[in-house]
Design a protein around this ligand. Structure first.
Ligand SMILES: Cc1cc2nc3c(=O)[nH]c(=O)nc-3n(C[C@H](O)[C@H](O)[C@H](O)COP(=O)(O)OP(=O)(O)OC[C@H]3O[C@@H](n4cnc5c(N)ncnc54)[C@H](O)[C@@H]3O)c2cc1C
Length: 393
């Protein structure tokens, strides 16, 4: 039976819970808020399926040659609601138009993130936009299997480890299954997220009614996180200043497996990979209006078929994969382990949220000095040969 001895190897994909014929695998939260499988020994029949299904223990390497595009959805309203170029919605609408069903990540009533499914265009709204914490898969893999058995087309979207979990659960390829993964920086702790919500609600004196991680009020590149509270107060802050986003991007509270992610590769398990096209202003400035441009990898024949179908509704241009990925190293490299991570989690219940983040996620004095050094001081330092010295500190 599955037993997690090294937390770095478990991505929390739920494949073992979904496969268990006796329903004796449950997912329990650890003290950092991440879930891991626990087997009920009394009911376990030792069939070994939970080990056989694990996509990390039984890693399948794919080999494909992705074709890479910069893409923009022609519908600006959808693009502004989406994290990058709004391509996920177009793919999902295509599946729904064929009578299919779409699985994705949405908020529940308490702003936890869970996987769910919809089969209407209107229903897609709740999947739009990145939610920067780990999504609970629940029993959705079993639901995918049921829908495929009924002969329905299914789109499943999620992180690369979730796609690997689903494929391992299903075991055999299925022509009716279409998968979309993302380039994933890593997933932060749901516990840190809940503490952040409590902190924001205490300041507002009201429960949150709506939360968005990727508002584009200040532009796509300087995206903002926003809360609207039941008392109509609003909080909006760019990712650089927001406490939660600082913790996320400092890599202090990611799932342990994210620091050694097994899915950092250009050979993807999915049919299409979606990401932000960081660096678009340098590669194709004509496709950068700061409202969001997607980087899209076509990874399979099915992916190519889908790309042909949505092509009429997007602006797209082929790009060189290596050049594109040079601005988005999260495609091929795990986030770096933050050496302060253990201390951060040791103090999570001891320090007030703001103090915790300020203690562990502040930029060092040198980084702050570097950021302050803009032109023309930058130019002067370059002239006198000091810029490289500062860069290397
Ligand atoms: C945790 C996380 C980390 C990411 N890291 C990067 C990165 O480092 N670099 C990069 O270029 N892009 C990253 N992305 C992807 C990027 O933010 C966009 O999601 C992607 O470009 C698709 O954008 P879109 O405009 O086409 O559609 P959108 O409507 O923005 O995409 C929505 C899609 O994201 C899925 N989704 C949303 N939240 C989650 C979640 N918590 N877990 C699983 N699936 C989710 C939905 O199911 C849906 O398929 C990340 C996304 C997430 C959720």
């Amino acid at each position: 039976m599955i037993r997690i001895e090294d937390k770095q190897i478990c991505t929390g994909c739920y494949a073992c819970l979904n496969i268990c014929p006796e329903q004796c695998v449950s997912m329990n939260n650890d003290n950092e808020g991440f879930w891991y499988p626990v087997v009920d020994n009394e009911r376990c029949i030792d069939c070994g399926l939970c080990v056989k299904v694990c996509p990390i223990i039984n890693r399948v390497e794919y080999e494909n040659k992705p074709i890479t595009y910069a893409c923009i959805n022609n519908r600006e309203d959808i693009r502004l609601e989406s994290s990058s170029g709004g391509i996920f919605t177009l793919i999902a609408e295509q599946i729904i138009a064929c009578g299919g069903i779409v699985f994705g990540a949405r908020f529940d009533d308490n702003f936890n993130v869970i996987h769910d499914y919809v089969d209407t265009k209107e229903g897609l709204q709740k999947f739009r936009g990145s939610k920067y914490l780990q999504s609970r898969i629940g029993e959705t893999f079993k639901e995918v299997e049921k829908q495929l058995e009924k002969g329905r087309k299914v789109l499943f979207s999620g992180t690369p480890c979730q796609i690997a979990g689903l494929k391992s659960f299903l075991d055999k390829p299925n022509d009716s299954l279409f998968t979309v993964d993302i380039i994933c920086h890593g997933v932060p702790s749901p516990l840190v997220w809940q503490k952040y919500i409590e902190y924001r609600e205490a300041i507002a004196g009201s429960k949150a009614r709506r939360i968005a991680f990727r508002r584009k009020d200040e532009g796509w590149k300087l995206f903002s996180i926003s809360f609207i509270f039941e008392n109509d107060k609003e909080y909006i802050q760019t990712y650089k200043s927001d406490l939660y986003m600082r913790a996320f991007l400092k890599d202090i509270c990611l799932r342990p497996s994210c620091y050694n992610c097994q899915f950092k590769t250009l050979n993807r398990d999915s049919d299409i990979t979606l990401a932000d096209f960081w660096g678009i202003q340098n590669i194709l400035p004509e496709m950068d209006d700061n409202k969001g441009t997607s980087l899209l990898f076509v990874n399979s024949k099915k992916g190519l078929g889908m790309f042909e179908e949505i092509k009429g509704n997007i602006i797209s241009k082929k790009v060189d994969i290596n050049e594109a990925v040079s601005y988005n190293l999260a495609a091929v490299r795990s986030s770096r382990y933050n050496p302060k991570r253990e201390d951060f989690f040791r103090e999570i219940d001891k320090l007030p949220f703001e103090q915790l983040i300020n203690k562990y996620c502040s930029n060092s004095v040198l980084i702050r000095i570097k950021r302050k050094i803009k032109l023309p001081i930058r130019t002067i330092l370059k002239e006198i040969g000091l810029l490289d010295v500062i860069k290397n500190i």
